[in-house]
Design a protein around this ligand. Structure first.
Ligand SMILES: Cc1ncc(COP(=O)(O)O)c(C=O)c1O
Length: 376
């Protein structure tokens, strides 16, 4: 938690649940990534947190943007980004969205199938396109595999088809999975991309760009390699596989930029044994799976939790949200221990929760108001 967030929470005691994001920390993360990968252009993955103060700050820093929908593109444009600074990075796009994007000056589109490529050719003629490859998501705590990306063989055919359709076959992309803790995953993906680039070059098609996606991890409960380690691994892999003919590099960080800049402040609603002396205490919070903590699905993302009673004796707990839905359990199998003195009314904080929380929040499930947000 940054000193600015600590001070804000102590002085304002905002109503819970709420997300507090330190926008200066967003800038620090952006600069840290820039320093770790100076040759790469940063396209912030808007889906991680599209709040206007974050977009404003990133526009002022000269960032580009990876948008998943026309609505996200509009948010970037409203914040002052230009169409040419935006990549329409979703492989699944409505025709109306492609058209609006093209009219707004967006000229960079992804695809991973023939039908999507044909849609782009028809509704965004002449645009730069890049094909997303399917890569192993081993090492990712929030994998994105299976649903996106195509094989090397099909990507080869599609890139040649893109040229025939009058598009600009610009490059290739991959995503090694979100919260990726293995630096090797990038090397493996880069070697596949480089082999295809060289194959296509022999076929007369010179690609100019590699989009390395997102995936850069942040610290939740365990240490992760720092961003310089990822930067070094990627730079070494790019030199190894491309030699001196380095293509343009793009990265699409989401979690890394916004995640560590935010904290969720919540209230303990109930601490209960429910008649069982041997089981863990159940701690029910005023935020759960439907209040924005969607990435606790499968207990994949395990937030670090801070209480005002830290330092006192602890015991095991299961953690759950406040709704009447049985799926609204955050952690039952992951070992969490909280102070034995914890009681309803206590405030707690979920650390590094600035990404993939606010927009996952349901609007009124069980009557609960959407997560309040403070950008400071
Ligand atoms: C296409 C694309 N790019 C970038 C990202 C951001 O990934 P991360 O938050 O792991 O950096 C995502 C996440 O879902 C994505 O789908």
């Amino acid at each position: 938690m940054t000193p600015k967030i600590s001070q804000f929470l102590a002085e304002k005691q905002p109503a819970t649940p709420c997300l507090v994001v330190d926008v200066d920390a967003v800038e620090e993360r952006y600069r840290a990534l820039q320093a770790a990968l100076p040759l790469a252009r940063i396209y912030y993955a808007v889906k991680a947190n599209p709040a206007r103060p974050i977009l404003d700050r990133l526009v002022s820093l000269g960032s580009s943007f990876d948008a998943a929908s026309w609505e996200e593109i509009e948010m970037c444009l409203d914040a002052g980004a230009r169409g040419e600074d935006i990549s329409f990075g979703n492989t699944v796009k409505k025709v109306s969205a492609i058209r609006c994007a093209w009219e707004a000056g967006v000229r960079l589109f992804v695809f991973d199938s023939e039908e999507e490529l044909d849609k782009i050719a028809r509704h965004a003629p002449g645009s730069r396109v890049y094909c997303r490859l399917l890569v192993d998501n081993y090492g990712a705590e929030w994998p994105l595999s299976r649903k996106f990306g195509t094989t090397v063989e099909s990507a080869r055919e599609l890139m040649l088809r893109a040229r025939d359709l009058g598009l600009d076959p610009y490059g290739l992309s991959f995503h090694v999975g979100s919260q990726q803790i293995e630096t090797d995953s990038y090397e493996m993906a880069i070697s596949r991309v480089a082999a295809l680039v060289s194959d296509l070059s022999a076929a007369g098609l010179d690609l100019r760009m590699v989009n390395l996606g997102g995936g850069f991890p942040i610290r939740y409960r365990e240490d992760v390699p720092d961003i310089d380690t990822f930067g070094e691994a990627i730079s070494v892999a790019m030199r190894k596989h491309f030699g001196n003919a380095l293509p343009e590099m793009l990265v699409e960080p989401g979690r890394f930029i916004a995640g560590a800049a935010g904290v969720v402040s919540a209230e303990v609603v109930l601490v209960s044994k429910r008649g069982r002396e041997d089981g863990p205490r159940w701690v029910y919070l005023d935020i759960g799976r439907f209040g924005g903590l969607a990435e606790t699905e499968g207990e994949a993302i395990r937030y670090a939790i801070r209480t005002a009673r830290d330092g006192e004796e602890t015991g095991p707990v299961a953690l759950a949200g406040p709704t009447c839905d049985g799926a609204d359990i955050l952690y039952e199998r992951s070992p969490y221990a909280l102070p034995l003195s914890l009681e309803s009314g206590d405030r707690i904080e979920l650390l590094n929760a600035g990404a993939y929380v606010s927009t996952y929040c349901s609007t009124r499930f069980n009557g609960f108001a959407p997560l309040a947000e403070h950008y400071i």
